[in-house]
Ligand binder design. Structure first.
Ligand code: ATP
Length: 327
């Protein structure tokens, strides 16, 4: 029979995303409601190895649901990828008597959790906290909605000045390996072309479409490119376009880290609160080593080993829709 969990730790790991604080709050308050002791672990696996762990109460998470970033800070830890690092992490957990972990992060963080839970008797629950939305087993991730709305708001502003000057703008959004922010923000702002890492970029097709629009006197042209696109960064792409279409007035805007910050949207606060609640419930009922997701508006559990093997795929019909709507 599985041991009953009595003391749990919560951490944020990898890249930060808006809504992580709402998830921490939900874990802490649901844990305390159920009679558990809850410990905050600073800076993800780094803090775990360095024993930067403290006991939390309901007040520790007061007034944070609306704040971006993460009160527990986040980090990437090379040490945790080694058996020695994980052993040190385990010893620290034992010292505090912590017998369950909630990890809020991306697929890298889940790989760490999966390895750790295979080696040691510490059940781990993953909550998908990433602006990239590329994790399989969930339709939504904590932070994507806020990040994509930040991108949309910024691109709308760029469109105003683009229109005033008849310019071609190349806007780079975040997404080294995932094109969701580019795809969603591009469609929502009426981009003529969207370049994402999941698709091979046909540069001739792009030039052809831009040239054809110039001929038709469609003077405003917006290209949204994910940072991991084949020709991203956006500056490289702009250099190619300028060379091939010398008459075009090409400008570049890289949105960068503003997409990670800011107050989480209502949607992200709800997702985070919902997932945080079910993370604790899972630990309590012995549904261990799973990632909590939402599929078709219902809570969905994916074993961590499966969650780290697959990526959420972008439906190809979206790219067809982009072409039709931008004509
Ligand atoms: P993001 O999606 O924002 O990049 P992430 O969670 O994928 O977030 P990573 O840097 O890939 O971010 O992973 C976070 C941490 O997880 C790493 O710094 C490392 O400590 C741990 N980790 C990743 N992969 C492994 C692994 N195979 N074994 C052990 N630990 C790992």
């Amino acid at each position: 029979m599985e041991k009953k969990v009595t003391k749990i730790g919560v951490m944020t790991s990898g890249g930060d995303s808006p809504g992580m604080n709402a998830a921490i709050r939900a874990v802490v308050r649901t844990g305390i409601y159920n009679g558990l002791e809850v410990y905050g672990i600073m800076r993800g696996y780094s803090g775990l190895i360095e024993n930067d762990i403290f006991k939390m109460d309901s007040r520790s998470v007061a007034n944070i649901i609306q704040r971006g970033g993460t009160i527990l800070k986040t980090a990437r830890s090379k040490a945790f990828t080694s058996p020695e690092g994980r052993k040190a992490a385990y010893n620290n957990l034992k010292q505090h008597g912590i017998d369950g972990l909630v990890i809020i992060g991306g697929d890298g963080s889940f790989k760490g959790a999966q390895t750790f839970s295979n080696e040691y008797d510490i059940p781990c629950i993953g909550l998908p906290g990433t602006i990239d939305k590329d994790i399989a087993g969930t339709d939504v991730t904590i932070g994507f909605d806020t990040a994509v709305n930040t991108a949309v708001e910024a691109i709308d502003k760029i469109r105003d000045t683009m229109d005033a000057h008849d310019r071609l703008f190349i806007v780079e959004v975040m997404g080294r390996d995932a094109g969701y922010i580019a795809l969603h923000s591009g469609i929502a702002t009426g981009a003529e072309n969207i370049l994402i890492p999941e698709n091979k970029t046909d540069i001739e097709e792009l030039i052809c479409s831009l040239t054809e629009k110039e001929k038709r006197k469609k003077l405003v042209n917006l290209v949204v490119v994910a940072e991991g696109g084949e020709y991203g960064d956006a500056n490289k792409l702009a250099a190619i376009v300028k060379e091939r279409i010398p008459s075009a007035d090409v400008r570049v805007c890289i949105l960068g880290h503003i997409q990670r910050g800011g107050s989480p949207s209502c949607e992200d606060r709800l997702i985070a609160s919902h997932m945080g609640y079910y993370a604790v419930e899972s630990l309590l009922i012995g549904r261990h080593n799973v990632m909590i997701g939402v599929v078709n508006n219902k809570i969905h559990y994916t074993p961590l080993d499966k969650a780290v093997k697959e990526k959420q795929k972008i439906g190809q019909e979206w790219m067809k829709i982009v072409k039709i709507l931008a004509s």
